[in-house]
Write a protein that binds this ligand. Sequence first.
Ligand code: 5AD
Ligand code: SF4
Length: 348
Amino acid sequence: MHTINEQDILTYLLGVNDAELFERANDIKVQRFGDEIFLRAIIEFSNVCDKKCHYCGLRAPNGKTERYRMTKEDILDAAALATSEGAATIVLQSGDDFSYSTEDIGSLIQEIKSSHDVAVTLSLGDRGLDEYAYWHDCGADRCLLKLEVTNPRLYKRFRGGEDFSSRLHKIKFLQHLGYEVGSGVIVGLPDADLISTLRDILFITDLDLDMIAAGPFIPHPQTPLADMEHGCIDLSHRMTALLRILNPHANIPATSALGALDSDSQKLGLLRGCNVLMPSMTPERHRSDYTIYPGKNASNIDITDSLKLAKDMISALGLVPSSSKGFSRRNNVHESTPRSASGYSARR
Ligand code: 5AD
Ligand code: SF4
């Protein structure tokens, strides 16, 4: 049962009581997660994408992006380096790039899981249900599949005509398979008004997710939304704080999009309900080409710097960079081991 109703949410979204909202969110975060902040090492192994999302610089029609695909060996090397630096979760992320076969991804998962004591998260987009089932069998622990906006009309418009319900179906299927599942929205897309923001919060909450991301929209110059305003940082903080109150157990990152707009705002997120940082550990030669939005990845740092900077940011706030895999905290249990797949599905 939620301790906050729709009217409260709207009032908070308007920003009339930010201090109270952020304190409530931080209190809940501390109750569930203490001072720990979880770290996720993202390896952006391909920026090739066959989609046409209006907000994203990796969209297929953007001919100005220098495309790359990392080899299996390079991906495994990046994962090994990330784990040797202390990362306990590896996120394998790419555009919707179908050139990596089901088996290619499966063997990556198996090799990472057998060589390192890490959780593996997949962020690969609209791959098949059968593929996701196979990858779960290969040992993948988590999946990220963003809705980006929960109004089906806006979804269709901003995701190049795609269908909202099939994405939603996929998220539910991933939960059913036993993955920890993350989704989320972009804050402040054009024409997203207060009511659609409220809807995003309620809709996302109803999905009972393990991870929830909500970061501000940043216009990319080579997209149809190039001339739009960026999403409001305060609104983004309000959304993650409200999502924390409504989803106490969920892992909620202080997004890289916040950091791209203003690094202090990303830090503040960690004091306002967020409990995760997701540094890019993509090799230096590729990282500046993963241009979802401007400022996504600093180009002049290497993998080890990236994780160190994230840890330093956490420590400077008086918080603790966690070395645990960081599963979500259902049932208010502080633990670093995963729930079994059967226990997971039993609660649904
Ligand atoms: N601004 C902010 N966030 C964006 N994303 C994609 N494009 C943008 C943008 N222009 C987010 C999406 C995606 C994640 C990697 O970045 O939520 O899933
Ligand atoms: Fe491709 Fe994802 Fe960007 Fe859409 S948001 S264009 S699916 S990389």
